[in-house]
Design a protein around this ligand. Structure first.
Ligand SMILES: NC(=O)c1ccc[n+]([C@@H]2O[C@H](COP(=O)([O-])OP(=O)(O)OC[C@H]3O[C@@H](n4cnc5c(N)ncnc54)[C@H](OP(=O)(O)O)[C@@H]3O)[C@@H](O)[C@H]2O)c1
Length: 314
């Protein structure tokens, strides 16, 4: 049956991390509302299968996919080029792809993986597509963060790539050390600390981006989707298994997790809202560290250095 709400007809949405979980659920809902939806994931096979399923379930043929490993800056740049080659407008950009890595890894660019994927990919992709968003204004940028940002008191500018060993808690490559952390103090596992820093980075990025985009008709907001039962943390040994068991028992469905994403992408009453944090489709307080304008400017400069992204002036 056709969805009576076709409010997104004629709009183009690009959503990263949309082959599973919250991103796939949000992509389906946007397609149901009539949007042209471009989903992004690492595997052509998974992207193709998800796009086909969304087309069929939404009754909307305009669902496409682009393949990119967003932890690689070269692939983010290629993704932006491919998007431009196929589309002349972008009404909604949703930076959703994110992960947590129990063992410390580095990206193809030699950058700590959580920082590379959860923050720098969105920073680079957004800046590479800003002119298209501006041309399409009113347009929206939606950054999927997390309440986990409250677990850290600030972004660690002295150690953004988590190389230090605070109080013996090494974020390293030892499966044994990771297992030990997972069974003794899972909440203090160094992977969680680094994840929380990158989710704080999503909010600082949103704050500074909203400021730089004032008057352009392009808004930027961030959100926490809730505790959601998805594939998040799959492939992370004991830590991932433990967390996913909890999520299966206590977590919301991906559809529930996608609600605030869809709200920020579509709702008329948030069209003029920018630089804010949302939970359960409502504005919500972020941590004091996430509202630190000086930290937001400093993170912007660091992100520029790490990506060489073309960025608008402050
Ligand atoms: N689940 C929760 O409880 C929760 C809570 C707070 C915040 N969040 C945030 O919500 C967002 C989505 O999480 P989720 O729970 O839906 O996770 P998920 O089920 O693991 O889905 C992650 C998505 O990201 C894609 N992805 C992963 N690595 C990628 C890479 N290197 N390049 C491109 N795409 C990549 C995956 O696609 P492929 O594997 O096909 O590439 C998949 O589509 C994340 O930013 C997460 O931090 C989740």
């Amino acid at each position: 049956m056709t969805n009576p709400d076709r409010s997104m007809a004629g709009k183009t949405c690009l959503i990263t991390g949309a082959t599973a979980g919250i991103g796939a659920a949000a992509a389906l809902e946007l397609a149901r509302r009539g949007a042209r939806v471009v989903i992004v994931g690492r595997s052509g096979e998974r992207c193709g299968a998800t796009a086909a399923s969304i087309r069929e379930r939404a009754g909307n043929p305009e669902v496409e996919f682009l393949v990119a490993d967003l932890s690689s800056q070269r692939e983010v740049r290629r993704l932006a080029e491919q998007f431009r080659a196929r589309h002349d407008r972008l009404d909604v950009l949703i930076n959703n792809a994110g992960a947590l890595f129990a063992l410390r890894r580095t990206s193809a660019d030699g950058i700590e993986m959580t920082l590379a994927l959860n923050h720098l990919a969105g920073f680079l992709l957004t800046n590479l597509l800003l002119d298209v968003l501006r041309r399409s204004a009113p347009a929206r940028i939606v950054n999927v963060s997390s309440d986990a940002h409250k677990d850290v008191g600030g972004f660690d500018f002295d150690d953004p790539q988590a190389l230090a060993r605070p109080r013996g808690r090494t974020y390293g490559t030892s499966e044994f050390a990771s297992l030990l952390h997972s069974v003794t103090m899972p909440w203090a596992h160094p992977a969680f600390v680094q994840y929380a820093r990158t989710k704080l980075a999503n909010l600082l990025f949103t704050l500074e981006l909203a400021d730089r985009l004032k008057g352009t008709g392009v808004t930027a907001n961030a959100l926490h989707p809730g505790f959601v039962a998805t594939r998040f943390m799959a492939g992370n040994g004991a830590l991932g298994w433990f967390m996913r068991c909890w999520a299966r028992v206590l977590g919301a469905s991906p559809e529930q997790g996608a609600r605030t994403v869809v709200h920020l992408a579509c709702a008329p009453d948030v069209g003029g809202v920018t630089g804010r944090y949302f939970v359960n489709e409502q504005p919500a307080p972020s941590s004091p560290a996430a509202r630190d304008a000086e930290a937001a400017r400093r993170l912007w400069r660091l992100s520029e250095e790490l990506t060489a992204a073309p960025t608008p002036p402050a």
